[in-house]
Design a protein around this ligand. Sequence first.
Ligand code: ZN
Length: 137
Amino acid sequence: MKIYTEEIALSTSNRFELVDITSRVEEAVRKSGVRNGVCLVFAPHATAAIIANEHERGLVEDMVDLIRELFRPDAAWRHNRIDDNAHAHLASALIGAGRVFPVLEGRLVRGTWQNIFLVEMDGPRARRKVIVEVMGE
Ligand code: ZN
């Protein structure tokens, strides 16, 4: 079995932001040489998440609105006594810091309307990273 790992480095410029990393993940799958297996996309961060969905401007803004509504950045969370980002920790924990995709015939399998995003919820950050690990034959 082959295991190929790549680290995608990126920065964010807003408190909330969706960064489309689809082409960079697909590039990693190409470079891996794996024909059939799985691709793990994982953000090693407690205040960001990984999702797969449509890259359409209105929907991207809807996602941010929903995250704000559900996780209420201005609420009196206990963690905000020592930090100001409880909402981002809670959202990261519930949405999830990683996603797994199939790899078939050398290509990442995703729906036409499933782009891959890092969801920034405590930006701006100069250094965010996403680990892409491709495993298979
Ligand atoms: Zn914190």
